[in-house]
Design a protein around this ligand. Structure first.
Ligand code: HEM
Length: 392
């Protein structure tokens, strides 16, 4: 392949976004790494993405995020995502407490109540946009419950997160900075309220840590909360949307789960592999380095493409087959290495509870023949509108 062919690719091009799974399959099968103008490199194959994530010394998160958010101070960048060891290790140890299974399990009942009520409303209506009425509100409102925040503002939180992710990926710096300032002010308000009137919630817990061990200042607490408020629902919205869409479009698969609910956990893992909700994450080289025959200079940007890597035929035989009993299934939908998703237990719980409630409250669901069905563009990968018929 000539270098001009390699340069011809653009993740924002309309033809790439028509069918993202197929587009990235094609790109990955042609080359392990693709370079796009003003975007840098993208790693597309499983083993390369895995090796890069396992090598934080040569592929840095800190410099990757410093380039994406150049106008923020280190404390203002996402903690712990935008850090390398040793700082990353310290914060990660601290935050692990928040996501222990025993703590996450406390929220399953609230998640179930929310999911059940939203699904029942769609069933009662007979036909509904499952994005507007379920996959958008359910994860963000469950996340608010987990953080101990009122969820009245869930629509704005959802919109700001989406806009921030898009602005950053497209390098629209002014827009990203304005969104950052808005997020900062919003979170700071809650932080100052909790300082005068503590609650049994994550914000108060982070403040206490700061006071006792002098571990966290206000700016760091805000950065942690902002990361959780951005990372903790868009991914789950995307996962649930992709799964409901897949099951609505593949009646035999929906029937398989109705006949054999015990395979739901492995079906969830397979659907996460088949259509990965978090499409890309960034890294930057710290030194000249070769990966799988490709040379990178120091300080080059590389996006890890999980959608392409999790459908790599070298790793997963028949990758376009969504096999609910696939074993082994070492997908990387939650990443790998030191930055592996901190909220994976919470995300998996939310998805499982959401689907359990959907199956419990319906005898069948399918795409409405006359309904609307739209999907997002890069860097997002999920339905944005999906009219579905729900049968009780
Ligand atoms: C299905 C749902 C989810 C998916 C697919 C997902 C995916 C990911 C991925 C791929 C990464 C790795 C990033 C990298 O290596 O650069 C990550 C990291 C992270 N995720 Fe998730 N995530 C999900 C749900 C959640 C939830 C519910 C939360 C919090 C409530 C969360 C919080 C985080 C945090 C804090 C990190 C950074 C960890 C670190 O840097 O050490 N995620 N996630």
């Amino acid at each position: 392949m000539t270098s001009s062919e390699k340069q011809a690719w653009c993740p924002f091009a309309a033809e790439m976004n028509l069918d993202q799974r197929a587009s990235y399959d094609k790109l990955r099968d042609k080359q392990p790494f693709a370079k796009a103008e003003n975007f840098g490199w993208t790693a597309l194959r499983y083993q390369d993405v895995f090796d890069i994530m396992k090598n934080p010394d040569e592929f840095s998160n800190a410099t990757a995020w410093a380039a994406i958010d150049p106008n923020l101070t280190p404390d203002q960048r996402a903690i712990p995502l935008a850090l390398d060891p040793p700082e990353h290790t310290e914060y990660r140890k601290l935050l692990r407490e928040l996501f222990l299974p025993k703590r996450v399990n406390l929220y399953e009942g609230q998640a179930r109540d929310k999911a059940g009520a939203m699904i029942q409303a769609m069933v009662d209506a007979g036909k509904a946009d499952a994005v507007a009425h379920f996959t958008d509100p359910y994860p963000v409102r469950s996340l608010c419950a987990f953080l101990g925040w009122d969820d009245d503002n869930w629509q704005n939180i959802k919109r700001w997160s989406r806009e921030l992710t898009s602005a950053r990926a497209a390098g629209r710096q002014e827009e990203a900075d304005a969104l950052f300032t808005m997020w900062r002010g919003y979170i700071d308000k809650v932080l100052q309220q909790r300082k005068t009137a503590p609650k049994e919630d994550v914000t108060s817990w982070l403040i206490e840590l700061g006071q006792d061990g002098e571990v966290l200042n206000d700016e760091q607490i805000i950065s942690i909360l902002r990361l959780l408020l951005v990372a903790g629902h868009g991914t789950t919205t995307s996962a649930l949307g992709n799964m409901i869409e897949y099951l609505a479009l593949h009646p035999e698969k929906q029937q398989q789960l109705r006949d054999n609910p015990k395979i739901l956990p492995s079906a969830i893992e397979e659907m996460l592999r088949y259509d990965s909700p978090q499409m890309v994450m960034p890294r930057r080289t710290t030194c000249p380095v070769d990966v799988n025959g490709q040379h990178f200079e120091a300080n080059e940007s590389i996006w890890l493409n999980f959608l392409a890597a999790n459908r790599d035929p070298e790793k997963f035989p028949n990758p376009d087959e969504c096999n609910f009993e696939r074993r082994p299934n070492q997908h990387m939908a939650f990443g790998a290495g030191i930055h592996t998703c901190l909220g994976a237990i919470f995300g998996r719980m939310e998805v499982r509870v959401g689907l359990e409630e959907l199956f419990a409250k319906t005898s069948w669901f399918e795409m409405a023949p006359d309904g609307e069905h739209e999907r997002s563009n890069f860097p997002h990968n999920h339905p944005t509108k999906m009219d579905i018929i729900f049968r009780s």
